[in-house]
Design a protein around this ligand. Sequence first.
Ligand code: FEO
Ligand code: CA
Ligand code: CA
Ligand code: CA
Length: 621
Amino acid sequence: TKPDPIPELKLGFSSIACAKKDSVVVAKGYSAQVLAPWGTPLNDMAQEWLSDGSNTALDQANSVGQNHDGMHFYPLNGSSTDGLMCINHEYIQQEALHPNGASVDPISGLRNSAEEIRKEINAHGITVVRISLLAGEWRVIKNDPHNRRITAATELQIAGPLSGHASLITPFSPKGKRARGTSNNCGNGFTPWGTYLTCEENWPGYFINRDTRSEQQIRIGIKKKDDKHTKYSWEDLAGDESEQESEFSRFNITPTGNNSLEDYRNEANGYGYIVEIDPHDPQSVAVKRTALGRFRHEGIAYGKLKEGHSLSCYMGHDTNNEYLYKFVSEALWDPADAERTDRLTVGQKYMDTGTLYVARFDEEGKGVWLPLTLDSPKQEGGTLGDDFDSLADIILNTAGAADRVGATPMDRPEWTTVDPITGSVYLSLTNNKAREEPNIANPRAPNDFGHIIRWNDVDGSDEFSWDIFVFGAPSDGANDINLSGLTESNEFACPDGLSFDARGILWVQTDNSGSMEVKDKTNDQMLAVIPSKLVDKDGKADIIHGDNQAELRRFFVGPNACEITGLTFTPDQKNCFLNIQHPGNWPYNMDATAETPEGQIIRPRSATVFIRKDDGGEIGV
Ligand code: FEO
Ligand code: CA
Ligand code: CA
Ligand code: CA
């Protein structure tokens, strides 16, 4: 078969310099403005954002959440000036959220304000908001009926193999078909039928079992007795004797009663999934699609669609030495499903039944997808059926099952994205400072700067071919560190957000948490490259080492202390949206490009930034 013709596409901007400012910097010829910062009211239930941190939990439940992450734009009637934006809110900045940070009881050290905890819970989750381009500026349309928040307290449905399973039975859901809340919504995805996918990443740190943890709880990292508390200590209110019930007791999953109807032992089993949201139907209940595995989900991307074939989607588990997964639907793709309006029923068709695989990377650019089913062979002999009773059991401890079949431990798999021209899949491996033993797909030990790997599935088999696309590094790093020959105009560390646009430009966003050789030079950034032109005559992606690194260009640099994440475009490619997460001292006067004056401290607000070209043209070209 002949590959698709390669479009004439060239980057049309010059790489910008590294920057370390309390403002954003964007390529020449573009402008950047703030949209929907944390605390923006979605409706009249919320007060306007108050700069002293005094907004209430109710305000927060009706306003944009904190720490924006993955995001996707859904045009209304195909418009590029009017649509719905879905935005993830990964976690919180307590210092910014409350007037003086989180308050604690001076004697016990425990949290002492239920109102503050409710506000924190409401600052997590997802925002769905109508936005429109009015007089050259994108604005939030307050009180639009689509506007809603889904938070760490919202009721969600459980679908797929774990729906109704004994491990999902809780006092809240005696039938095991509902869960309370979604949290740590980091990367995102979107389906071919118009729904939003949000990924539950670092949720294990929100639950504690002070008794003996089960195998799956240990494997995924549920907090243990020695940890004392969960990430924000929601589970124990000061003055709240341990036998006393509070609305937050569910984060303490220590068994105290006789079964799961009498305590919260199963509460965390409702977390760790890909969640599907229909932004077009504000009455619809979001669904946790358990067939896609339970782990610290970072992101998800659908492979190229082929009528009459299964759908494949690719997902990373972001932790040191965790794995890359793929889910293949049992249902075969019917393009008419893209037009249906009962979108969550379509989701049920393609996401609730299928096969979950984990990746093993082998020598010489070959790899194999290993199925996670009861009859899958374990590396040490026998099958997964020796250790697990059902598919639901396997999914509950997805990472434990993947250990047994011999998956390849990776350098923190973050986002996946699919080249719309070639169908190649790309994965960011952000870093792995703890790596001691290199492997073929993760050759640097330790890996301080991260890399991007890509592959093509081989049709009709469980095999794939892969290569490493680019290694992050400081430009002045030694040859065995700067393996891709990066220069001052494209050096980067710790790739995280990774998205192709519809034309085939790959955008790389960084979350450099501590690779100082690059951090000392620049804040987190977004770069662009067009790899699809490297496809060779066989339709197989070529090894990239060499000339196309020169085409990797820096487009955007964020303010101090932030990471850059989330990316989406309008259909006409003339508006690009990205997110500034956990800025330190930004945005000054709500102006994205104004630098906060030296010595002035402001309450920072995570926000979306929209970028337009000054001549009104397409972004990037
Ligand atoms: Fe939340 Fe893996 O970044
Ligand atoms: Ca991320
Ligand atoms: Ca990250
Ligand atoms: Ca983050």
